[in-house]
Design a binder for this molecule. Structure first.
Ligand code: KDG
Length: 355
């Protein structure tokens, strides 16, 4: 039965042109570079397991998206692929998990582009402050532009397969010291950032004192005062209970840094073309749910933070302009490191999407 279903699925994928011809395992939207298929697909009757880990907790829309991915993959492969889900850094930090994917000791993780840039520097393009003006623009660039796919195509050389982008969300500053509404308020604030040089340099340009740290260490660092603050989307600030140790949130919306759904290249190469196609489609489909839940959560939880007594500070257009002006030279300085071509192409895609 399983064979019949997968045979039918393969036939229908062929019919709609989703699977490349010629017996190779290349699929239309997914990177499969020449020579990447050295590993033979696993025997069809062998159940294979994807251990999928994330840093956020099980209440977060990212985890709900992951559960949806699991449901689709297990149903569509008739149980040939089982997805085990781990949250709250149970399998390690973003960097550790990405390294495990490279080694083939873990099969899936969903980090932000910020730490991915330590593996493929071009990904930092999505960490440029104030790059996207809205979620709609981000969606168009990430899901429809050629450059966003070209960036995913750079991952196999690092032993990683990027299936698609999900939403982390616009990041906002929280801290325990004061309401931050103007550039001067950033002065000397000890702010935890993700492990990304552009994030660090941008906060330095604003006068803050940033320090990179793994997400799993963040809550304790804030609780113990090792850092004064951090920056994350509202859903994360609420669901990770950061309000317990932070009194102030500023709606800075300074960086978008999307998630990328990553699969170990080893696991990918051992999958059949039909399974690869199912994984990609499932990631895209679950991504739609994840985005929807994330946006609902960001709205709903801002209200909860206000009710809970956090000060919520809006950033005036003037203050935002001032922030942008201070960060602009940093971005120019980083363009070379990110890749000038990549920066130009993404900026052009943003412009197109903003029309
Ligand atoms: O599951 C993803 C998280 O590990 C991470 O990306 C969360 O935005 C995040 C951060 O600040 O580390």
């Amino acid at each position: 039965m399983r064979k019949l279903v997968s045979g039918l699925l393969a036939a229908s994928l062929m019919a709609v042109g989703l699977v490349g011809c010629g017996g190779g395992q290349q699929t239309s939207g997914t990177p499969a570079k020449e020579g990447s298929q050295a590993t033979a697909p696993a025997p069809a009757d062998q159940q294979r397991i994807i251990r999928a880990g994330i840093g956020l907790n099980d209440q977060h829309p990212q985890y709900k998206g992951l559960l949806n991915f699991k449901e689709i993959v297990e149903a569509e492969t008739n149980g040939a692929i089982k997805v085990e889900t781990y949250h709250s850094g149970q399998l390690g930090d973003d960097r550790t998990m990405m390294e495990a994917l490279q080694l083939g000791t873990q099969e899936m993780t969903i980090p932000s582009t910020a730490p991915i840039a330590n593996f493929v520097s071009d990904f930092s393009v999505y960490d440029i402050p104030f790059l996207f003006s809205s979620e709609e623009v981000a969606d168009k660039v990430l899901l429809e532009s050629e450059i966003s796919q070209q960036l995913l195509d750079k991952l196999p050389a690092q032993g990683l397969i990027g299936l698609t982008y999900w939403e982390n969300g616009f990041r906002n500053l929280t801290n325990s010291k004061r309401a931050v509404g103007a550039v001067a308020d950033f002065k000397d604030l000890k702010i935890r950032t993700m492990e990304n040089q552009l994030h660090l340099a941008s906060f330095r340009a604003l006068g803050a004192n940033p320090t990179p740290m793994a997400f799993s260490e963040l809550f304790t660092a804030m609780q113990q005062g090792t850092v004064d603050g951090q920056e994350n989307p509202i859903a994360t600030i609420y669901l990770q209970k950061f309000y317990e140790v932070q009194g102030h949130v500023s709606l800075t919306k300074h960086i978008y840094s999307p998630f990328v759904v990553l699969i170990s290249k080893k696991f990918w190469d051992e999958s059949t073309p039909e399974q690869q196609q199912i994984l990609k489609k499932a990631a895209e489909e679950a991504g739609q749910l994840e985005r929807q839940l994330n946006r609902e959560a960001n709205e709903k939880y801002l209200e909860e933070l206000k009710k809970g007594g956090m000060t919520v500070t809006e950033i005036s257009p003037e203050a935002r302009e001032e922030m942008e002006a201070l960060i602009a030279p940093v971005v120019d300085q980083f363009a070379e490191r990110i890749g000038k071509d990549t920066v130009e192409k993404v900026r052009a895609a943003v412009q197109e999407a903003s029309k």
